[in-house]
Write a protein that binds this ligand. Structure first.
Ligand code: ADP
Ligand code: ZN
Ligand code: ZN
Length: 737
């Protein structure tokens, strides 16, 4: 018997959980491990597919003579650096998602298809020795050729594009063929060379608190810092100064932000500060742009990588720091397909890359606060606003003794008027787009509901439609009640369109600018809103949470929360946390420069204890109380929660599948005080887009228990699936119930 042939374990883009075994061609037999991370093309059934070698094994469960051989290697170098490939392996196991699918979803689509990495090296032209030695009067009869030689005489090298702009290709090629000039490829990547010239502008002088935080942060080796600083306290300045050190040391920084709409603002701040190449990665890019940015990050040319959720999978040649801004933001959780948390993966990645990571927030998630308590993360605090700005003043508007037919109380309107009179700006927050969230019949009480969801239709006056916000079904608004034929239909409740209309009527002389998912459909609308707001003219901004996140408007001094009751009544145990975060974020939009800020919160429950605590003692105390509650209730972060979801047009199928799931799970690991099963239960919205949705909750004290269970349960569930009638998924660390 000879030595065992090395077997390559290959991940392919498919929903199948297994890896596939192939034989390596003989040339690799001495150096099989060098193939890990390479893309390959392999025969798969009757097709040819693209895969990635993820491991080498010395035997296979498949008989050696049945194994096929890898035919084509697409890459010369591993596509992903080893720590990133390991992160994928870990994430696929942790989130119980097929590795091939996770890997290929994260790759730029052109690479998924099997394209080669683009060659981003630049061509430069130089004189050869022969060219340099040319007599001054040579080429006298060829003035263009002479001119090109002269052009290169004074310089080390000239970029191809610059030369081609001055001289024709024919001349360049002619001189090259006569060996007077030569091309060479310059690798733009500076890999890990220390770079002393990273600054474009002088950094701000740090305030006392900022200095203290900065002095504590160590930028060598893995450590997770939670920068817990109120809005406007100068967290971004801390990121910038940490990044400066990392850049100077010749390393790269990866910065995650929650929203695409924040990219231009953040990018501007980074490029004003740093004279280094920066790339942006988000879902709004073309395939080619994405691939170019990805490649620049991978080869080390881009020193700063700025992106939304999926940018956590960007390969880096010399990682030095990861920053996750607004770490509590729900958009870091991918809610379908490969359901991962980019914030949690960022921490895992930093650990694998042995770099520090900073999670920043004015309203940290309970998970991160708990991790500080456990000593896993180190907390840094910024409790005062930077510069001369003061925290905003909260005031409650009790809606019970107010007349507010259009949802905005008269005292609120007065406050708006006063603010505008002082030539300042107002931000009105209402987390509901459209005109009105319900259309009902005044005569019989009929309500317009979605045919396919357990939800009401929202009236959109601008589009003249009633729209379901859960499945996007759209219909013309009814002219009469389908139940009693009455024409007395009323739109009840407030959406952003309605408030916009009311405010326009009340304040005809100022601009009312609306920002929500509808208004931003118009290209350039966001830019126009920002330009107007930044010009400083008195105006009213009205919008959903799109407007509440991270934006910085100097002249906003009054923030109005139209519906401060939302979140107090939801059955989702995270609703309170989200409400506290959102209200604090919104309030943080007010009084960001030297003008004092004020927040008016309209509510029907001014005495609600959570609300009182939040307003009187701030988010810190509020979060502490929530944590205490979660502890007594044994909810996350004290327990690890996984949901198995199933949906079907036939409610019984979905429920039955989860009953089998529960039974199988309990057979594998019976319930104990440390491991609980709950359900199947109907989802919070039981019917959506015509499908009935159920969930099975699995709660465990130990992650390891949960993962032992899940990895044994998945194959069982896969045997029971019925793809024509049922969809199911597993959501580890689920955020939505
Ligand atoms: P955060 O990220 O915590 O919301 P920022 O870093 O955006 O806060 O800072 C808020 C404002 O304060 C910005 O306009 C910023 O330029 C300014 N600022 C931050 N740090 C300082 C400082 N040390 N001195 C003066 N102004 C500062
Ligand atoms: Zn009716
Ligand atoms: Zn619907």
């Amino acid at each position: 018997m000879g030595r065992a042939t090395p077997i390559a374990k290959i991940a392919i883009a498919s929903p199948l959980r297994s890896l596939f075994d192939y034989r390596l061609p003989d040339v690799f037999s001495g150096d099989a491990d060098a193939t890990v991370g390479l893309r390959v093309q392999v025969p798969f059934g009757r097709r040819q597919v693209i895969g990635v070698v993820v491991a080498i094994a010395d035997h296979s469960a498949v008989a050696t003579d049945k194994l096929r051989t890898i035919e084509v290697f697409i890459d010369q170098q591993p596509l992903l650096p080893a720590p990133l490939l390991e992160l994928f392996l870990w994430a696929a196991r942790y989130y119980q998602h097929p590795l091939g699918d996770a890997l290929f979803r994260a790759l730029p689509s052109l690479l998924r298809r099997g394209d080669a990495l683009p060659d981003l090296r630049q061509t430069h032209w130089q004189l050869t020795d022969k060219g340099r030695g040319l007599a001054p009067n040579a080429l006298a009869k060829a003035p263009r050729q002479r001119a090109l030689i002269d052009r290169l005489l004074g310089e080390q090298a000239v970029d191809d594009a610059a030369l081609a702009a001055q001289f024709s290709r024919a001349i360049i090629r002619l001189l090259e063929s006569r060996e007077l000039i030569a091309a060479h490829q310059v690798d733009a990547s500076a890999a890990t060379h220390p770079n002393p010239q990273v600054l474009r502008e002088t950094p701000l002088v740090l305030g006392a608190e900022q200095q203290r935080a900065m002095a504590q942060i160590e930028l060598t080796g893995f450590r997770c810092w939670l920068l817990n600083g109120i809005t406007g306290s100068g967290k971004t300045e801390i990121y910038l100064q940490c990044i400066e050190q990392v850049l100077t040391a010749g390393r790269q920084a990866l910065v995650l932000i929650p929203e695409i709409s924040l990219t231009p603002q953040t990018k501007r701040r980074f490029t004003e500060r740093f004279a280094v190449p920066l790339v942006v990665l988000h879902s709004g890019m073309t395939d080619k742009q994405r691939l170019a940015a990805w490649t620049r990050a991978r080869n080390g040319e881009a020193r700063i990588v700025l992106g939304t959720r999926s940018a956590i999978f960007t390969p880096l040649a010399a990682p030095g720091l990861i920053v996750v801004d607004e770490e509590q933001d729900g958009s870091y959780k991918q809610q379908d397909g490969f359901r991962y948390s980019a914030r949690d993966l960022a921490v895992m990645r930093a650990q694998r890359e042995n770099t520090p990571i900073i999670l920043g927030s004015a309203t940290p998630s309970l998970e991160s606060l708990y991790n500080c308590e456990l000593g896993r993360y180190s907390a840094l605090y910024l409790n005062a606003r930077a510069g001369s700005a003061k925290p905003a003043d909260w005031q409650v508007v009790d809606m019970r003794d107010q007349s507010a037919p259009e949802g905005i109380a008269s005292t609120t309107l007065e406050a708006i008027e006063q603010t505008l009179k002082r030539s300042e700006q107002v931000l009105v927050f209402l987390n509901r787009r459209g005109f009105a969230p319900a259309v009902l019949c005044h005569s019989c009480g009929w309500v317009a509901e979605c045919r396919d969801c357990d939800a009401r239709m929202t009236l959109h006056r601008g589009r003249n439609r009633i729209i379901c916000h859960h499945c996007d079904k759209q219909l013309p608004p009814p002219q009469h009640c389908p139940s009693c034929r009455s024409t007395q239909l009323v739109a009840t409740g407030e959406g952003t369109e309605r408030s916009e209309l009311l405010l326009q009527k009340q304040f005809p002389k100022v601009q009312v600018l609306r920002v929500d998912r509808d208004s931003t459909q118009v290209r350039g609308h966001m830019q126009q809103v920002f330009d107007t707001a930044n010009s400083g003219v008195p105006c009213i901004l009205i919008g959903t949470q799109m407007l509440a996140k991270g934006h910085h408007f100097d002249r906003v001094t009054l923030v109005v929360v139209v519906d401060g009751d939302g979140g107090l009544l939801s059955p989702d145990f995270r609703a309170g946390e989200r409400m506290g975060q959102l209200l604090t974020q919104v309030a943080g939009r007010s009084g960001r420069s030297d003008l004092p800020g004020r927040v008016l919160l309209q509510t029907h429950q001014p005495d609600h204890p959570s609300l009182v605590l939040l307003l009187e003692q701030g988010y810190g105390a509020f979060a502490e109380q929530l944590l205490a509650h979660r502890k007594t209730q044994q909810l996350p972060p004290y327990r690890h929660l996984t949901l198995i979801r199933a949906e079907s047009k036939d409610p019984q199928r979905a429920e039955k599948f989860l009953r089998i799931a529960r039974q199988s799970a309990a057979e594998l690991l019976p319930p104990t005080p440390q491991l609980g099963y709950l359900g199947p239960l109907p989802a919070l919205m039981e019917r959506r887009a015509g499908r009935y949705r159920y969930v099975l909750r699995i709660e465990a004290e130990q992650r390891t228990t949960l993962h032992q269970l899940l990895s044994r349960l998945m194959p069982v569930l896969e045997r029971h699936q019925d793809p024509r009638h049922l969809r199911w998924s597993v959501d580890v660390d689920a955020q939505e119930l």
